[in-house]
Design a protein around this ligand. Structure first.
Ligand code: NAD
Length: 483
């Protein structure tokens, strides 16, 4: 198969010199397309294009940059069917979920189009020992941003970086995951068609160790915005540290969810089910460990098991007959093997699988969604990030135990509590070690609120006005000579 998806550098489709990477459909194993595996020289060319474009882009006013982001969103929306189909084919997610991802992507770009003109600085009175003067604090764009994204939400995670970076006047070199580069490349091409100046948004494809590391280490890249695994985040820090680059690290998570006896149980079961099994369980912010108060433990399990039993694994571009619910394949065979090993570790040591848990035969990487109880506290289901459709549920006596066990994790991305008690809610907000706490709500990343982690889930924030500010640096100005 010839390479039909080239890279996007300096506003033109650019073929790569290295051997191509095949992009496989997770539902069938068929090759969807091939993309170049960028070399360090090709990454260098993309950074050079972004650096050249920065000169003019930083001088545009915020209204103009906002207009470009809006036009990009409009162009992507006009090609929604094509982008949704690409997401399903390269990532595996069902069409309905791909449509949701595209909406979130458009929402992210439009949010930052609105936010572009809201960046503010400040004025400061100063003492006059060197003559009358006043101070200003202004915000300036950083320059070239390296944006590295994973395969689970290729487009929303791109918008989280490209939106604030461009709104604040930076230019971007994006590197999508090697298994999901196609929707990202198409978006970059659409941006060119929509009039985004050449070099403002570039996309290089390729592997993490070669293209990703070249981008992180490149002296022309001022800031690295990374989403991916915690282990990769550590490597990014190693590379960016000596060059004193700014980094944001959106890493893995093992979000706890607490269900107390006074909760709206149906609401809790439904919210946790959708949150855990959406995207075939491959979401950073999914509830991945459930702690349920003893009084409602059995009722919670009964209702959850009934709902999870309705999932029918199948290709994302087909629908399930009601009341069955479509769930797509895991993204790769390696992902499925890891999940099976994590489950086996718990089962070997006494955990019980109440529903699902089998890897299904076939060319696709399908897995029957599972609910598990009695997993040991030191089992892999409890201590590692579980990136697939398995929910371990533990019985707890009270809120104290729930918070203590919820916090007994290396991760600290999201967390949630289901209760009607204001006192319990207040304690959860104060005491759960996480970047987000949802109260009686689905785990979802809102454009309006900063999102990110603590502990081994990383640092820095995406979304909200706060993320926009992370793409600027402060300059203090002293203005004298006034009399
Ligand atoms: P990954 O770390 O394997 O890869 C992510 C990206 O990093 C890819 O583009 C990859 O090519 C690149 N990469 C890999 N090695 C690199 C290196 N040495 N230098 C530079 N770049 C490198 O992650 P993944 O498996 O694709 O994604 C799943 C992970 O992402 C999960 O842990 C999930 O929780 C996490 N995630 C976090 C968030 C968040 O907001 N916190 C959101 C989504 C996903």
């Amino acid at each position: 198969m010839s390479i039909v998806a080239d890279m996007w550098i300096g506003g033109t489709r650019t073929a790569g010199g290295g051997s191509p990477i095949a992009v496989a459909d997770p539902a069938t194993g068929d090759t969807v397309d091939q993309v170049p595996a960028a070399t360090a020289e090709e990454v260098d060319a993309a950074v050079a294009a972004a650096a050249e474009a920065f000169g003019a882009w930083r001088r545009t006013d915020a209204v103009e940059r906002a207009e470009h982001l809006r036009r990009l969103a409009d162009a992507a929306e006009a090609h929604a069917g094509e982008l949704v189909a690409l997401l399903t084919r390269e990532q595996g997610k069902p069409t309905l979920e791909a449509q949701g991802e595209l909406r979130h992507f458009l929402g992210g770009l439009r949010y930052y189009a609105e936010a572009a003109s809201k960046l503010r600085g400040s004025y400061q009175e100063l003492p006059s020992q060197f003559g009358p003067a006043y101070g200003l604090v202004v915000r300036r764009p950083l320059g070239v941003v390296g944006a590295i994204t994973p395969w689970n939400f290729p487009l929303t995670l791109l918008a989280n970086k490209v939106g604030p970076a461009l709104a604040a006047g930076n230019t971007v070199v994006a590197k999508p995951a090697e298994t999901t580069p196609l929707a990202t490349l198409r978006v970059a091409e659409l941006a060119g068609e929509a009039g985004l100046p050449p070099g403002v948004l570039n996309v290089v494809t390729g592997t993490g160790p070669v293209a990703g590391e070249a981008l992180v280490a490149h002296p022309g890249v001022r800031r690295v915005a990374f989403t991916g695994q915690t282990a990769t985040g550590r490597r990014i820090m190693e590379l960016a540290g000596p060059a004193l680059k700014r980094v944001s690290l959106e890493l893995g998570g093992s979000d706890p969810t607490i269900v107390l006896a006074d909760a709206d149980l149906d609401g809790a079961v439904k919210g946790i089910q959708i949150g855990r099994y959406w995207n075939c369980g491959q979401a950073c912010l999914a509830p991945k460990r459930a702690f349920v108060q003893a009084e409602v433990y059995q009722a919670f399990l009964d209702r959850l098991v009934e709902r999870v039993g309705r999932y029918e694994p199948g290709p994302g571009d087909t629908r399930a007959e009601k009341p069955k619910l479509r769930i797509g394949p895991l993204h790769t065979a390696a992902q499925r093997d890891l999940l099976a090993a994590q489950l086996a570790d718990a089962v070997d040591r006494g955990a019980k699988v109440l529903v699902g848990g089998e890897a299904l035969n076939g060319p696709g990487h399908f897995f029957q969604p599972a609910v598990v109880v009695d997993a040991p506290e030191d089992s892999r289901l409890a201590t590692e990030e579980v990136f697939g459709p398995i929910l371990p549920v533990w019985k707890v006596e009270d809120l104290d135990e729930a918070i203590q066990r919820a916090n007994a994790s290396q991760y600290g991305l999201g967390s949630s509590i289901w209760t009607r008690s204001a006192v319990a809610i207040d304690r959860a907000i104060r005491e759960l070690d996480a970047g987000v706490t949802w109260v009686n709500q689905l785990h979802y990343g809102y454009d309006e609120l900063p999102f990110g982690g603590t502990k081994q889930s990383g640092f820095g924030r995406e979304h909200g006005q706060e993320a926009l500010e992370e793409y600027t640096e402060l300059k203090s100005v002293v203005v004298g000579g006034l009399v």
